[in-house]
Ligand binder design. Structure first.
Ligand SMILES: Nc1nc2c(c(=O)[nH]1)N[C@H]1C(S)=C(S)[C@@H](COP(=O)(O)OP(=O)(O)OC[C@H]3O[C@@H](n4cnc5c(=O)[nH]c(N)nc54)[C@H](O)[C@@H]3O)O[C@H]1N2
Ligand SMILES: Nc1nc2c(c(=O)[nH]1)N[C@H]1C(S)=C(S)[C@@H](COP(=O)(O)OP(=O)(O)OC[C@H]3O[C@@H](n4cnc5c(=O)[nH]c(N)nc54)[C@H](O)[C@@H]3O)O[C@H]1N2
Ligand code: SF4
Ligand SMILES: [Mo]
Length: 760
């Protein structure tokens, strides 16, 4: 029997990336057991039930082991890496040089646990000369980012939601007991729920696991959060419960927004939202009076009607009550590696997409416009698409529209560990090593960085993304400049007397060698990276990241225990990252220097956003008459619930699910009774976009007229080569234009459908 080995790493199933310890059978490559890593500074040993089953991600029948090329008949043939790389590179160059680099788009760039490869993709985009990134983040969070741009001055300003420190906690459109989103969610929510001195408010149309723990559950009507939040804000303003001192010290524009909330008919709005007025008053007053308050929100208001306006209103609730930038409140934070950038609005000259002229937010473009940007006769339509670490056919709106659009591409490449539904549409498929077979890291958690070492050798036939991107660049004829000087300096740097050598050489090269600026990550991997111990070449670019961070936030780093100054401080951070198997806390911030992170000139928050106030004023005052759409499709489907056993599309083998293998539809007993549906019946959901069959379950967790189904189901898993899908794919029913007018984030929580029993 092989001796099992133990390895520290991180869970790749949600953005928390809890520290784990993997017990590995090196002979079979099986992950025999997974436990929480007690040394991980954030998760401290916590994991949820999903992490114990990561082996289903690592080992399964659909792992890719060879580059594949599509034949004319639609089947795939195996080809060598050299062939695949050269053919793809040639085609990229042809598109770029014939139609322009703007006609190439990049989609994905990192899922829940793999962000290091995405760093290298920036070099490929530079070679293709394209700025276009389509990202799953731009189907949930870009409304927030746009609002942050206005409030705080930069779209990539982020805040944390430290619910564990607050006396009053509002969970709005999120279900942390299943989806997490906050560290150790089950412990933390349990503690708040039990603590008589703390108040937990949950706002959700569904009586969720988290709602069951709440002191106050506001069962809002689906998509009516904007009215509910306006009513809360209206009460706060009308009863003058605002924090005047805070508004004076830290904000501008309150006098501008005040009249808009003074006139809100709060009782009427509460009625539209479906919440008793006394409850809305209780929450508004509770928030204002609380010593500390944290608001945590997520997809329930982001993938829902008025998404961008919701983002603004949610933030106003804690801002005008002064619950911000203090212990026990939401507060701003920094990342070692920023996940996104800052885009100017189109009116300020910001970049838009070529065909639909859609704005970028945080330098990202929304998946909802992608089919239209391709399936079009515009001269600048997208002709080349590179998909990395994403499965849009399952994950993005309107599966059918995407399938139709992708057929029009001159080149579609998918880089993935598995044979996905999206890979099936591609001309070329490139097999990546799994997240446990290469150096990997995630940037999701603020003030924290975790570089993970490989646990296993790469599966035969696979390459890491850094290697794939480097090879593509070479095959495109790039990377022509000599980097011998950097390579030598890198070797010197690792000797005792050589400290600082690399920094100097790098500075010089960045003037003399154009590749350093254009393809920084690749150059750093091939120089400094190659000189690192333990095959850590892919971590090379983190040296530059660490230097930039040390330059920007020396005080915050000192508070986190780092010594040194300037370049030395950066080196210390880099070395600490390389040598911390459980991850590193990179900085700590005292609340005194919090306000520096607000990027407006006077470091004050700008509350006055005319576009949002206009939107607010246009919210209809009356419950509209039933529309034709509502008549034809009488149910509100929440298309994409997080449950115990879904993790986006990261695990494909349905056997990983201990319960609810099909991902049943939740139906209220009264609706089920009216339609003669029994638990376990297969039912049909349909609308103007498409239809699907799904297993039913009956529960009063959902109110009448509301249905809820999970996302991430319906993937085709290879059962003895007969592709069989288990469960239903939510995006068969979602449309690309059912989305926020500003950010184009989809309204997946408000999908109108018809429900029918399928007669046997
Ligand atoms: N188990 C599991 N956990 C996950 C994931 C997973 O796939 N599985 N995915 C991860 C990812 S990528 C993300 S982004 C997060 C998302 O995490 P969450 O946003 O917490 O998860 P959801 O279940 O999609 O939606 C949250 C809640 O919104 C509610 N909701 C629906 N419509 C409305 C509405 O109109 N108003 C309000 N107020 N609420 C509404 C739903 O009932 C649900 O309880 O989860 C992460 N964690
Ligand atoms: N209807 C509906 N649709 C939704 C949602 C919803 O609530 N409702 N939720 C949405 C949300 S919030 C999100 S974040 C998206 C997520 O959707 P996606 O962007 O598709 O992301 P994931 O499902 O996390 O994983 C994508 C792919 O990464 C691959 N992968 C895993 N590890 C590696 C690796 O190391 N290298 C490479 N190259 N590939 C790897 C996996 O095999 C998988 O194919 O789904 C969204 N889709
Ligand atoms: S909370 Fe998220 S990261 Fe942590 S173990 Fe569960 S799925 Fe993995
Ligand atoms: Mo997400």
């Amino acid at each position: 029997m092989a001796i099992h080995t133990h390895h520290k790493s991180a869970c790749n199933l949600c953005s928390l990336n809890c520290g784990i310890e993997i017990e590995l059978n090196p002979e079979t490559r099986e992950f025999v057991k997974i436990t929480g890593d007690k040394d991980h500074p954030l998760s401290q040993g916590y994991i949820c039930q999903k992490a114990t089953r990561i082996n289903y991600y690592q080992n399964h029948k659909q792992r890719l082991t060879s580059p594949l090329r599509k034949r004319i008949d639609g089947t795939f043939e195996k080809i060598s890496w050299d062939e695949a790389i050269q053919e793809i590179a040639d085609k990229l160059v042809i598109i770029r040089d014939t139609h322009g680099g703007e006609c190439i788009a990049y989609a994905g760039g990192g899922g829940q646990g793999n962000h290091l490869g995405g760093v290298y993709a920036s070099s490929l985009r530079a070679a293709c000369n394209t700025p276009y990134i389509y990202s799953s983040l731009a189907q949930e969070k870009t409304g927030n980012f746009w609002v942050h741009g206005k409030l705080f001055g930069r779209q990539n300003t982020m805040y944390t939601e430290p619910v564990e420190d607050a006396e009053y906690v509002v969970i709005l459109g999120s279900n942390p007991l299943q989806s997490h989103g906050i560290q150790k969610a089950r412990h933390v929510i349990g503690e708040i729920s039990r603590n008589p001195n703390k108040t937990l408010v949950v706002i959700d149309p569904r009586r969720t696991e988290t709602a069951k723990k709440a002191d106050l559950f506001l069962q809002v009507k689906p998509g009516k959060d904007a009215w509910l939040m306006s009513a809360i804000l209206g009460i706060i303003v009308q009863e003058d419960l605002v924090d005047k001192q805070f508004l004076n010290e830290h904000t501008n524009g309150y006098e501008g927004i005040k009249p808009h909330f003074l006139t809100i008919p709060t009782e009427k709005y509460a009625e539209i939202a479906g919440i008793p007025f006394s409850q809305v008053q209780e929450v508004a007053r509770g928030i204002s009076k609380a010593k500390t308050m944290v608001l945590r929100s997520d997809l329930g208001i982001e993938m829902s009607y008025n998404s961008t306006l919701n983002a603004y209103l949610a933030r106003l609730i804690f801002l005008i009550t002064g619950h911000f930038g203090k212990h026990g409140t939401n507060h701003l934070t920094t990342w070692l590696f920023p996940l996104l950038g800052h885009s100017l609005d189109p009116e300020e000259g910001g970049l838009t997409s070529q065909v639909t002229k859609t704005r970028g937010i945080g330098k990202l473009f929304p998946p909802n416009i992608l089919p239209l940007e391709i399936d079009n006769d515009h001269p600048k339509r997208i002709r080349g698409l590179i998909v990395d670490s994403s499965n849009p056919i399952v994950s993005w709106a309107d599966t059918q529209a995407q399938q139709k659009a992708y057929k029009r591409l001159d080149l579609m490449v998918v880089i993935d560990v598995a044979m996905t539904e999206t890979a099936h549409e591609a001309h070329y498929i490139l097999p990546a090593s799994s997240q446990y077979e290469k150096y990997e890291s995630t940037f999701f958690q603020e003030n924290f960085f975790h570089l993970r070492k490989p646990v296993l050798d790469p599966l035969e036939g696979t390459l890491s993304e850094p290697e794939i991107y480097t090879r593509l660049l070479r095959a495109m004829g790039e990377l022509s400049h000599d980097i011998e000087d950097l390579k030598e300096a890198a070797i010197q740097e690792r000797t005792k007397s050589g400290h600082g050598t690399f920094q100097k050489a790098f500075m010089q090269s960045s003037f003399s060698n154009p590749d350093v600026k254009r393809f920084g990550p690749v150059v750093l991997r091939e120089s400094l990276g190659e000189a690192l111990p333990d095959g850590a070449a892919a971590a090379g670019p983190l040296w530059f990241t660490a230097q930039m961070f040390a330059n920007k936030y020396p005080e915050e780093m000192h508070k986190a225990g780092f010594k040194g100054k300037n370049q030395e401080l950066g080196e210390e951070l880099f070395n600490k990252i390389l040598n911390s198997p459980s991850g590193v806390k990179v900085s700590e911030r005292s609340f005194d220097d919090h306000w520096k992170l607000v990027k407006h000139k006077d470091n004050k928050i700008n509350l006055y956003i005319p576009e949002m106030l206009e939107w607010l004023n246009n919210l209809p005052l009356e419950l509209k008459k039933i529309t034709k759409l509502e008549n034809d499709f009488p149910f509100n489907l929440i298309a994409g619930e997080r449950r115990s056993y879904n993790a986006n599309t990261i695990i494909r083998n349905p056997e990983w699910r201990k319960k609810d293998p099909e991902g049943a539809l939740k139906i209220n007993p009264i609706d089920a009774g009216l339609l003669g549906i029994q638990a376990g019946d297969t039912v049909r959901l349909s609308n103007e976009v498409g239809q699907l069959k799904i297993l039913s379950s009956i529960t009063d967790e959902v109110p009448e007229g509301v249905l809820s189904m999970p996302h991430g189901h319906g993937m085709k898993y290879d059962e003895n080569q007969n592709y069989k899908s288990v469960g239903a794919m939510a995006n068969m029913l979602t449309s690309t234009d059912h989305c926020d007018p500003l950010a184009k984030t989809p309204y997946h929580k408000n999908v109108r459908v018809k429900l029918e029993k399928i007669e046997a």
